[in-house]
Design a protein around this ligand. Structure first.
Ligand code: SF4
Ligand code: SF4
Length: 236
């Protein structure tokens, strides 16, 4: 067989294997059956995890809310939606090049952390550190409900297609996905409103503090300050 024929055969085989993979994925999507294999793949490369009021209430009830605070962040997604999220952790390789993981995270846009591990996954022990208190998003993964349709957000999840799911388990998973959709809608309404009110109050407090400080200044100091402001305006 000539080299050209060989190359053509290889490329045909690759195409066929791609089509088979695609068919397998389509089949997984059309007949949903699931059993989590606890492979932890969704914890190791999860990216930002949306947090809802349901999660905050659960953590408050269980007295663990303060433990989650260092990992929470407000994140504006590329489509403009504002979410409360669990911040992903930088990979170890990148961490070593920076002064500290916290500093590195501040400098890294969240868009670059979409495939990073969940901060609550312990790689050495290979386990979720908060399994009993894991967010609703982790309880419904990889099933998603958009208000009309169910979909699988990760067809490569090894649990998808596993046989043995009972009708009750399927119903429970669907109900959890619906609850996640409801809770996401609730927090996406509440978050921007609260954010605006809190920012406005912080600004008002700052202005009040500044005015109080100004009123206590000597004429000489006030004159100096005005000159500094004037200089800064002229530079702009
Ligand atoms: S949900 Fe899927 S990816 Fe996550 S641990 Fe279970 S089987 Fe693995
Ligand atoms: S909270 Fe737990 S279950 Fe959820 S992604 Fe993190 S480590 Fe995994």
């Amino acid at each position: 067989m000539s080299e050209e024929e060989n190359q053509n055969q290889n490329s045909d085989e690759k195409e066929t294997s791609k089509e088979i993979n695609q068919e397998e994925k389509e089949e997984k999507k059309s007949r949903f059956t699931f059993k989590c294999t606890r492979c932890d793949a969704c914890c190791k490369e999860r990216g930002p995890i949306p947090i809802t009021l349901w999660d905050l209430e659960l953590w408050a009830r269980n007295g663990v809310l303060a433990n989650f605070l260092p990992y929470l962040e407000v994140y504006t997604r590329p489509n403009g939606t504002v979410d409360l999220i669990l911040k992903p952790l930088l990979s170890e390789k990148e961490e070593k090049t920076e002064e500290s993981p916290e500093e590195a995270l501040k400098k890294t846009p969240l868009e670059d952390l979409l495939n990073e591990k969940c901060p609550l996954y312990n790689k050495e022990q290979e386990k979720c550190l908060v399994y009993e208190n894991r967010p609703l998003s982790c309880r419904t993964y990889p099933l998603d409900y958009d208000g009309t349709h169910f979909s699988i957000v990760d067809v490569d999840c090894p649990g998808v297609g596993q046989e043995g799911m009972t009708k009750e388990e399927l119903k429970e998973m669907r109900d959890t996905a619906k609850q996640m959709n409801y809770e996401l809608t609730r927090i996406r309404i509440a978050l921007p409103v609260l954010n605006q009110i809190i920012s406005r109050n912080v600004m008002m407090d700052l202005m009040r503090q500044n005015m109080e400080a100004m009123s206590k200044m000597s004429d000489e100091d006030r004159q100096k300050l005005e000159e500094i402001f004037k200089g800064a305006q002229e530079e702009q």
